[in-house]
Ligand binder design. Structure first.
Ligand code: CP3
Length: 341
């Protein structure tokens, strides 16, 4: 199907475009009253994720309401641990919780490698959404990076330090690699199935990258991301490693098109470290969206000038916070769309 707006795909491929494309991490859900209305009709977050018609509806909401240049499929990174044998729950106002966690080699042995069709509900949601979008904007598929998924599988939920997960590296180094490989194989199967279902581009979220040391990141994270980039490369891939300022040079060597930056990473310095080839994505501090319109406009324009006219996808430096006013989000998006370099 021909896309009416393929700005983000052309930018990801490194082409010069008429303006900078824009979308937001976590744009589906959270901030929109229209999302909360759909969610209130269901038994909760998981039901929404597992019901393709509803996932499709909330995926398209930000395209209609905010005017973003891409949709991202409504799902979660935690569907992979579940498909491998560790079901999760999303506890209201607390976050994810796993009843079973990984404690030893036997637990790793018991995990299965997920196949694409184990996550049929996501694939179905992608197909429905592609149909419903009818070529208006591209659809982004996604998965968690192996280290971030590993961290949830060991901790059983969120954590400030992820010290249990890091302890596993030191107590079970060989088994850690086995688990990371199983997650990687599952993720590759899953992402390839997303491409076949219709995802136009992919993003890999390494949300807890910044909690590792540079040496740990190079040993336990990057090689697995690299495998994913090499295997699922039929569409442009974005790697977003939150907090991983210390491996930007290495990120520049990945076989992907776009590197996501958080707000701690200076655009000019990042370009110098990553090199000229990649497209960069980001990186406004999401807290700027608590400010008044003129501050949002000023800060957004500053960001756009710092990245330059090409090879930049505008976004926040991490997901939008749930209590941000959608009008402020709209101000950010409109500022990008109206900006002339
Ligand atoms: O709009 C989008 O970005 C698409 C949907 C999406 C969700 N989760 C829906 C969601 C995406 C891309 C994710 C990815 C995800 N999930 C990440 C990586 C991105 C990041 O923020 O670093 C992570 C770490 C998770 C795990 C997760 N899911 C947590 C820790 C939580 C609870 C806290 C929170 O952020 O709300 C979730 C729940 C979740 N995932 C919600 C949504 C819309 C909120 C659930 C609700 O509606 O109550």
């Amino acid at each position: 199907m021909n896309l009416q707006n393929d700005l983000i795909l052309r930018t990801a491929r490194g082409e010069k475009t008429e303006r900078t494309p824009v979308w937001l991490m976590r744009q589906a859900g959270r901030i929109l009253p229209e999302y909360r209305k759909v969610r209130a009709k269901t038994g909760g977050f998981k039901e929404l994720v597992e019901t393709p018609e509803l996932a499709c509806e909330v995926t398209i909401q930000p395209v209609d309401i905010l005017g973003v240049d891409a949709a991202i499929i409504f799902s979660d990174i935690l569907v992979i641990p579940e498909a491998m044998g560790l079901p999760y729950q999303m506890v209201e106002s607390k976050g994810p919780w796993f009843e079973k966690t990984i404690k030893n080699a036997q637990d790793i042995e018991n995990l299965k490698i997920a196949q694409g069709d184990d996550l049929q509900y996501v694939l179905e949601a992608i197909k429905l959404t592609k149909n419903e979008l009818n070529g208006r904007v591209p659809l982004i598929g996604f998965a968690g990076a192996p280290w971030t998924i590993f961290a949830y599988m060991i901790e059983g939920g969120g954590s400030k330090t992820f010290s249990k997960a890091k302890k596993f590296f030191y107590t079970y180094p060989k088994e850690s690699h086995l688990l990371l490989q199983k997650i990687t194989d599952s993720t590759i199967n899953y992402l390839k199935a997303q491409i076949i279902a219709g995802a136009d581009m992919l993003q890999i979220f390494d949300s807890w990258a910044g909690i590792l040391s540079p040496d740990q990141y190079k040993e336990f994270a990057l090689p697995y991301i690299n495998q994913i980039c090499n295997a699922a490369n039929e569409v442009p891939v974005t790697v977003f490693a939150k907090g991983a300022f210390f491996v930007r040079k290495e990120m520049g060597k990945l076989n992907c098109r776009t590197i996501g930056l958080d707000w701690n990473m200076d655009p000019v310095e990042s370009r110098a470290l990553i090199g000229e080839d990649k497209t960069l994505q980001g990186n406004l501090d999401p807290c700027v969206l608590y400010a008044d319109f003129s501050t949002i406009k000023k800060e957004t324009e500053k960001m756009l000038r710092n990245f330059g006219a090409h090879k930049h996808i505008a976004n926040l430096g991490h997901g939008v916070y749930p209590d941000i006013n959608p009008d402020n989000v709209k101000c950010f998006i409109d500022t990008v769309k109206n900006f002339k370099h």
